[in-house]
Write a protein that binds this ligand. Sequence first.
Ligand SMILES: O=C[C@H](O)[C@H](O)[C@H](O)COP(=O)(O)O
Length: 238
Amino acid sequence: MASAVEKGKKVAAYRAVDENITADHKVIGIGSGSTVVYAVERILQRKELQHIVYIPTSFQSRLLITEGGLTLGSIEQFPEIDVTIDGADEVDSQLNAIKGGGACQFQEMVVAKAAKKFVMIADYRKKSKSLGTEWVKGVPIEVVPLAYKVVMQALNSQLSVKPQFTKLRMAVQKAGPVVTDNGNFVIDAHFGPIADPYKLGQEIKLLTGVLEVGLFCRMAEIAYFGEEDGSVDIWKRQ
Ligand SMILES: O=C[C@H](O)[C@H](O)[C@H](O)COP(=O)(O)O
């Protein structure tokens, strides 16, 4: 029996695919994480979507595309994407989101920005009144390895909001830090409730050594949340 969370991910992903991807589309971006697995599952069920080129956002998402037998494209070949569909760790009512729980935020940002429409999918646990209240592991920040200590110091001293903690993300079943698909490290910085996620994201992005910040602000047009009862709550950006 699938848990309520898994059911939530699945109904959100299926509905988002059905309402946003059509046979007229040529290039679709595929996000990363456990919810996106259901989006690809739904795409594979829809025979009329098989001719589309799919752009990955991580090693995991590339595997989903190739193992499903879909056509893989790169962002270099296809810098213009019709729709990108991706998961999220926490989403507020304006559709600002924390992403990067799986350390994929850089490629996800590139592929989301290249898309005419960015669609998010998640289960009910990801809905939030204020970013930093539901996802308390910290905002994921991808940094060039040699600069990680310098960035940590800067995070603690140079921002308009002081983080409650900053941590280098450590790997599981491997000694040492998580290494991203781009060969970088991830710092998780927790700020508590974030009053202005856009501003905070801009400030962090300016720190030398930072490649990308997992604050996706003013980007998604629509978000689908799968509920415990099997329904889907749809939020649109105003
Ligand atoms: O780096 C990972 C991504 O931003 C994921 O989209 C995010 O962590 C959500 O993942 P999941 O669908 O597994 O909750």
